[in-house]
Design a binder for this molecule. Structure first.
Ligand SMILES: Cc1cc2nc3c(=O)[nH]c(=O)nc-3n(C[C@H](O)[C@H](O)[C@H](O)COP(=O)(O)O)c2cc1C
Length: 174
């Protein structure tokens, strides 16, 4: 299964379209709801057993995923805005709520995400600009330095917008 090239076309989510996924402790997909397939075009056969970066869009900075993983691996909940790709190459924006799942001993067994669309066009445009700028910065550096370089610019740009924390910025999409 080879996904199509990116089309640049946005697939807007309706208010009623809620996507949820679960992964194991490494981020390998273990569950998708029917809405995931409706929006992305990836079926259970396509997605289950694949790393969640199956739907990664190249515009999203690596440092955003670093922030996400650092929090959820510690058992903290996290909000993040993602631009993801569909199987046919279109993309869609969501605000996701990410959290760990634990067993009765409190050990992390996997992770879960629930998301809805980004409905404010101004906010979507701002995220698009922010992510593209930060991702371009990351790509100026060799891979081992990309996340640090991206993080530095991300926080500089968030500060300009009056935010000290990424998550507070993302929560504007709530
Ligand atoms: C529950 C959960 C949901 C995730 N959802 C997404 C997602 O929607 N899009 C995405 O690109 N990465 C998602 N990730 C993060 C990926 O595991 C991965 O870190 C990210 O795509 C960066 O991939 P890369 O390291 O290949 O750049 C999710 C991770 C978890 C644990």
């Amino acid at each position: 299964m080879q996904p199509e090239k990116l089309s640049g076309q946005e697939r807007e989510l309706k208010e009623s379209e809620i996507i949820s996924t679960r992964t194991d402790h490494r981020g390998v997909i273990t569950f998708i709801n029917p809405m995931f397939t409706k929006v992305t075009g990836f079926t259970k056969e396509d997605a289950i057993g694949k790393p969640h970066n199956l739907i990664r869009h190249p515009d999203v900075p690596r440092c955003v995923y670093k922030l996400l993983w650092d929090e959820i691996k510690q058992g903290n909940k996290f909000f993040a805005v993602t631009k993801n790709r569909c199987k046919n190459g279109d993309h869609y924006w969501t605000l996701g709520y990410f959290q760990a799942e634990t067993n009765k001993d409190g050990e992390i067994t996997g992770f879960r995400s629930t998301r809805h669309g980004l409905h404010d066009p101004k906010l979507k445009k701002d995220f698009d600009q922010l992510y593209k700028q930060v991702r371009e910065e990351e790509l100026q550096y060799p891979r081992p330095q990309q996340i640090d370089a991206g993080m530095e610019l991300l926080y500089k740009l968030l500060k300009k917008r009056g935010f000290d924390q990424y998550e507070a910025f993302a929560k504007q999409a709530l």
